[in-house]
Design a protein around this ligand. Sequence first.
Ligand SMILES: C[S@@+](CC[C@H](N)C(=O)[O-])C[C@H]1O[C@@H](n2cnc3c(N)ncnc32)[C@H](O)[C@@H]1O
Length: 275
Amino acid sequence: MQLYDQNHIRAFYNKYADLETARWDKSIIEQVKLYVHQHYLQQYLEKNDTILELGAGTGIFTELLATYTSDLTVTDLSPVQLKLNQEKAQTEKYAHQIKDWQLTDICDLSAFSDDSFDKVICYGGPLSYVFDQKIKALHEIKRVLKPNGIAFLGVMNLWGTAHEYLTKIILPVAVEDNEKVMQTGNLHPSAFTTSDHHCHLFTAKELKDDIQSVGFQLLTISASNCLSALRAEVLEDLKKDTEKWKYFLDLELRACQSPGMIESGTHLIAIVQKK
Ligand SMILES: C[S@@+](CC[C@H](N)C(=O)[O-])C[C@H]1O[C@@H](n2cnc3c(N)ncnc32)[C@H](O)[C@@H]1O
């Protein structure tokens, strides 16, 4: 039985609609995670790159991508997310930078030719939603990248999620139910979930193995956040001191890349290159 259920995920995100926009604004910790994700885009993107964004949602990253290029194709599985993405681009006046919006599943990029993009952005977990189809999706991403092209991958992380939700989900739920999730990484009816939000939580080893198995070169692997985890109140205070906040963000980037800390955030970020 295939674990990935396209209809379920599409329906989930159609219903989730604009809540997606608020996701990165929920707390100062989410803002730190956003900073870490954006840092890698800023490090590797070049002006006038040909860019494909997958699972773009309502467009928190689209807005930044549009400052680099007008050769930007924005895609998502959910027509509702894609429409919200388009509306945001129009309201915020960067729609002219976007070549096209297309309904696309990351497992099937047949609408795009081989070797056609300098950069592919797949942030925010699309690879976590396709469960057992993740290798197919990674092969598709590699196929559409130009030689030396770079992909930005963001997936949900098992240990970082357990850390963040220890008291809210892990401890209140029966041990055997949690153990099914910890063993498989799957928040899915085949393991255990009371939630409509089905996704696969990766370990760092699994993500690295998958990247290697499709022949990508790993440039960088990072947690989405580390020192900031569970420290919202302290961070609010720290942010009032501009110099200390700048220093903290630099420390956070370094901590997120430290080998012992890679699994400390809710997401893993991997920057990979087609060789
Ligand atoms: C958590 S949102 C992330 C949105 C945005 N990339 C971000 O990081 O803020 C996940 C997005 O991935 C999309 N998605 C989920 N599965 C997908 C798939 N198989 N192919 C393409 N998009 C998918 C959803 O519709 C949703 O818009």
